[in-house]
Ligand binder design. Structure first.
Ligand code: ATP
Length: 688
């Protein structure tokens, strides 16, 4: 089919008629002469600009790829050039190993895992006090691997190998200006923390919590705790006292670092009183607002009182399996799990970042998060082990101030959760900024939708989005992307290097769509849980992969392998529904609905009717502020989208319009809460 583009179509996107005419003249030769991929490369890099209306970006993308086979998922919106590929860390390693193609490289990494980790540990320069005699001992089975046998290390030491004067952290308080903490300064500050801990009476192995925003100080505190041989207990600052209390109890924390207030969108929110309500142990309190003299409990002390003047500290070496951090999963599917990270988990963070995000020394990496979510500690190791710079903005990432920070700090890799992009798209607050320093985005936390990811790519003149899916108990990703492969919005191009995945159907046979299992072992995969039986949670009753008879590790996600070898996330196994005998994931329905005009976001849930019988599909939807909707008309549009793109048999039973969707503290939609809410409200809201 010849690609056609009409002047009126450009004008409808908001382009002035004479500008549109000139643009059409530029575009037409590409459209008529080049294959789709090349045509898109030319147009996306040379004609489309971040300031053009997004409707124009979308129109051109759809027109150019009008013949694209939808079984392959969305078409790529970024293609690496040979020069870009040659400059990557992956290419350097492939060159070393004399491996010619990425697929071959992944196969090698998954088959010769010991050698993969041996090589990458050397590449990123992990420091050992005593080197390992063996990379992995699997004598007790892949479910119980012993990594780096015989080694002694303190992983914080691997964070300080950049020149002392290089920037370790670039940061900016809300309304303030950019500041830099060098590697030398961060090292000295974390040593003062480690000395402070020893002087206060803490001993190696003690668990010490951090409940405060991710700031230059909290990064120094994190590294100081690890240097002292203690264990960080990461608690997100947004939690209520009861949740903080549970996490302190589960981890047996003996002390806590916190802050008096948090500044968010111009408001001072008290944090220390929440710590007191949680009956936390001895607290070391940083002060955001020096004018407020918050009354401390008798045993608590201020940051200034706590900090040792001694800037030298010899980090305590430990076994590879020693805990460094206790994290909690987000609890999307139930009670959060208390997951210890060992001295080796950070190696997974650093190696993923080195290979998949292609982090080089002195590059700047931003990822709005908190130490309470795995991406917080991940960001520390991903940046510092690779001698790069962490970029921290203390204000809300939903506002333009954040975008300006990304511009001014010359951020090279910007990570985020998909809901942040929806917010930026809804308010257009990131328009007009210069994000040209960005070389890649990364999205994690929950399923993204292709439209929002295309929008994100367009904000920086088309740079790839590395989808990054894993979990707290993985220390990184099990499935992701690279900078040596084309990037298609909201898809993954590869299982993570150093491991492999298997997608199985309900009967345990390999399939293109179904539950995804991890083929272990890998550095980063957890070996213990504090509040559950690790083997029961991840290995008991999992199928054995037919061809290789290795026990598979459960993760609870649904995945689809597309015909071009890329993957698409389908949400959690628990969010899968059976509609009229056909299995479908909520994520698939939500992705389909995301393109309907006026829709900001949706959550699809299945409800069992009280009288029994097949599940019914209920859609919760948030609509755009400026959209004048009529519920029945909207329901018809949604139904039409499902009929056209998914399956005419999936009938929407009910549409519920809401202001916002319930989310976990880490921003994940809690469909189980919606299911409970709908069942409870059913007589009122159902249209039976
Ligand atoms: N890029 C992504 N695309 C799709 N889903 C993602 C992505 N990144 C993360 N996720 C989802 O988040 C999960 C990991 O989150 P986390 O470790 O916080 O555990 P959780 O599953 O949310 O919590 P719990 O185990 O307590 O239910 C993944 O298994 C996946 O379902």
């Amino acid at each position: 089919m010849a690609k056609q583009l009409l002047l009126e179509e450009l004008v409808t996107c908001g382009i002035e008629k004479n500008v549109a005419a000139a643009m059409l003249q530029q575009i037409a030769p590409y459209l008529s002469s080049l294959p789709a991929a090349e045509c898109w490369q030319q147009i996306s890099q040379q004609i489309l600009k971040p300031d053009h209306p997004f409707a124009l970006h979308e129109l051109l993308y759809k027109t150019i790829f009008c013949d694209w086979d939808a079984n392959q998922g969305p078409p790529p919106a970024w293609f690496p050039s040979d020069e870009q590929i040659r400059a990557t860390n992956i290419a350097a390693l492939m060159n070393d190993l004399n491996i010619g193609s990425y697929r071959e490289f992944h196969t090698w990494s998954a088959h010769d895992r010991a050698e993969f980790w041996n090589k990458t540990i050397q590449r990123v320069g992990i420091r050992f006090r005593q080197k390992y005699q063996q990379i992995v001992d699997l004598s007790q089975g892949v479910e119980f691997p012993q990594w780096l046998v015989g080694a002694r290390l303190n992983i914080a030491e691997s964070c300080f190998q950049a020149p002392e004067d290089d920037p370790a952290i670039v940061f900016q308080p809300e309304g303030g200006s950019l500041s830099i903490l060098t590697y030398g300064e961060l090292n000295a500050l974390s040593n003062r923390v480690a000395n402070g801990l020893v002087e206060t009476g803490f001993r190696p192995g003690d668990a010490i919590a951090i409940a405060m925003p991710m700031t230059a100080e909290s990064v120094a505190i994190y590294l100081g705790i690890v240097k002292a041989g203690c264990v960080v207990v990461s608690i997100a600052d947004s939690f209520a006292p009861a949740e903080i209390k549970t996490r302190l109890r589960l981890s047996g924390a003996k002390g806590i670092f916190t802050q008096d207030y948090i500044l968010r969108a111009g408001k001072l929110l008290p944090l220390y009183p929440k710590i007191v309500d949680a009956q936390a142990p001895i607290a070391i309190v940083l002060s955001l607002d020096s004018s407020s003299s918050i009354q401390l409990r008798p045993d608590d002390c201020t940051w200034e009182e706590f900090l040792s003047p001694n800037k030298q500290f010899d980090p305590i070496p430990a076994r590879p399996s020693a805990h460094t951090n206790i994290l909690f999963s987000s609890g999307t599917t139930g009670e959060p799990k208390a997951i210890p990270w060992t001295q080796t988990t950070p190696i997974k963070c650093a190696v993923d970042a080195y290979l998949h995000h292609d982090i080089h020394s002195r590059e700047v990496l931003a990822w709005p998060t908190n130490l309470g979510w795995m991406m917080g500690p991940w960001l520390i190791y991903a940046s510092l082990v690779n001698r790069a710079t962490i970029a921290l903005y203390y204000g809300a990432p939903t506002e333009q101030g954040f975008g300006r920070f990304v511009q001014d700090a010359r951020v090279n890799v910007l990570g985020l959760v998909p809901s942040l992009v929806s917010a930026w798209k809804a308010t257009a607050c990131m328009k007009g900024l210069d994000w040209s320093a960005i070389k890649a985005f990364s999205s994690t936390g929950e399923c993204s939708n292709p439209r929002d990811m295309l929008y994100l790519m367009s904000l920086a003149g088309y740079k790839p989005v590395i989808e990054y899916c894993g979990g707290t108990e993985i220390g990184g990703a099990y499935i992701t992307g690279t900078l040596v492969q084309p990037a298609a919005p909201a898809t993954f191009s590869t299982p993570a290097l150093g491991l492999d995945v298997a997608i199985l159907d309900e009967d345990g046979y390999p399939s293109n769509k179904g539950e995804v299992f991890i083929i272990p072992p890998s550095i980063g995969l957890s070996n213990e849980l504090l509040n559950r039986d690790h083997y029961e949670v991840y290995f008991a009753d999992t199928p054995t992969y037919p061809l290789i008879s290795i026990p598979l590790r459960r993760h609870g996600d649904q995945m689809e392998l597309l015909s071009n070898g890329y993957y698409r996330a389908q949400g959690r196994v628990d969010d899968t529904m059976n509609l009229g005998g056909i299995k479908v994931s909520s994520a698939e329905i939500e992705q389909t609905l995301s393109v309907v005009e006026g829709i900001c976001e949706t959550a699809a849930i299945a409800i069992s009717p009280p009288e029994g019988g097949p599940n019914q599909l209920v859609i919760y939807a948030v609509v755009a502020d400026n959209f004048s909707w009529d519920k029945e008309a909207l329901k018809t549009s949604l139904q039409k989208a499902i009929r056209q793109s998914l399956n005419p048999l999936f009938k929407i039973h009910d549409l519920v319009l809401v202001e916002s969707l319930p989310r976990t503290a880490s921003n994940k939609v809690m469909r189980r809460v919606l299911r409970d809410r709908y069942q409870a409200d059913r007589p009122k809201s159902s249209n039976d």
